[in-house]
Design a protein around this ligand. Structure first.
Ligand code: TXA
Ligand code: MG
Length: 343
């Protein structure tokens, strides 16, 4: 299959790209397009045959369910049954965070095919704030099932060229909308009724950080890290988001003993020599997430791009510096641990 990349930098290009994406999606085809988190590989969520093409292109196992992206907040009721016991909290959350990078796990409606939810009684839903994604899903007027547009288990794409590197020849169309705003996949939460406040469990940390959520309920971080077993967020395997080059999360620079003749690459947070990592060895390549001052949002935007670069650098091993585990640092450390767990 020939993969076409359509650009969106001029109004007429954008118009043509949106029209072509909508035409293909209506015809039961799959299209890669930008969201504010990472690029997604979208299919009509109500069309099981179209969704099957997403699983095939990604080589994704059938047990890993997809996120459904809604055209409007109101259409939540078309795909999910919001329990009365948590309705107030759900409404508060979507009023505050939608469109945006917050995914809710809710009981599903019968119209959502089993393939989307891997046969589970729940569906993951969010609404993307990306202007191009929003235009396409609203023009289509139907929900879009869209996982990240990478091969299963690999690094999420934050640019059209990264999508092409992952899926060239497997999908008909990539919409190039430039770099993604957040660079890290959406925060996934589950809400359960409790007194005096509902219980909010973070199944996958992301751009909506615990501080943003704490006023809406009692927070709990999902702690299961099962290797190659299905956990409560079934795609959240312990080993995930992984480069092909072995990656090691080095908790302290003191733990590093270089092997002779081995080429090492460094994923550094701010590139500051005082952190003890930059001068550890004669690095084959260094990627700095937020040069100088170490800003977490900037680090997140560059995170998957930097991992991808290091993966292609020809190094034998990638050494990752740990990040502070607060705010967005929680999400990046989660991805680094999963990347390291493969090796
Ligand atoms: O930001 C994002 O969420 C991106 C963009 C494209 O929207 N999407 C994304 O999708 O990261 P994906 O498929 O790479 O990750 C979705 C995660 C998986 O870990 C999956 O197991 C989990 O959502 N998930 C989906 N449905 C679920 C459900 N019913 N219950 C629990 N977890 C679910
Ligand atoms: Mg993914």
């Amino acid at each position: 299959m020939q993969t076409t990349v359509l650009h969106t930098d001029e109004p007429e290009h954008l118009h043509r790209a949106v029209a072509e994406a909508t035409r293909l999606l209506k015809a039961g085809e799959i299209v890669a397009m930008p969201t504010e988190t990472v690029y997604g590989l979208a299919a009509d969520a109500l069309n099981a045959d179209a969704v099957a093409k997403v699983f095939a292109a990604k080589e994704r196992p059938a047990f890993d369910p997809l996120i459904v992206h809604l055209p409007t907040k109101q259409s939540l009721n078309d795909v999910a049954d919001v329990p009365e016991s948590i309705r107030k909290t759900v409404i508060q959350l979507i009023e505050r965070f939608w469109p945006g990078p917050l995914t809710l796990i809710l009981p599903k409606k019968a119209c959502i095919p089993d393939i989307v939810t891997s046969g589970m009684p729940t569906v993951a839903v969010r609404m993307s704030s990306h202007p191009i994604f929003k235009r396409i899903v609203q023009e289509l007027g139907r929900p879009l099932a869209a996982p990240s547009a990478n091969r299963f288990g690999s690094i999420s794409p934050t640019s059209a060229s990264a999508v092409v590197a992952e899926l060239d020849g497997r999908i008909p169309l990539v919409i190039d909308g430039g770099a993604c705003l957040h660079g890290i996949e959406s925060t996934i939460i589950k809400i359960e009724p409790a007194e005096p406040k509902p219980m909010i469990t973070i199944l996958r940390p992301g751009p909506i950080i615990p501080d943003d959520l704490k006023q809406y309920g009692r927070l709990q971080r999902h702690q299961k890290h099962l290797v190659n077993e299905v956990s409560e967020a079934p795609g959240q395997l312990a080993s995930h988001y992984a480069p092909r080059t072995p990656l090691r999360l080095l908790e302290s620079p003191k733990d590093f003993i270089p092997e002779h003749g081995k080429k090492y690459a460094l994923l550094s947070f701010c590139g500051d020599a005082d952190d003890g990592y930059v001068d550890l060895t004669d690095w084959h390549q260094i990627m700095i997430l937020s040069p100088g001052n170490g800003k977490l949002p900037e680090a997140a935007v560059r995170f998957f791009y930097a991992l991808r670069e290091l993966d292609h650098s020809g190094a034998d091993e990638i050494i990752a510096e740990p990040l502070h585990e607060h705010g967005l640092g929680i999400a990046m450390m989660d991805r680094l641990r999963r990347a390291a767990a493969k090796f």
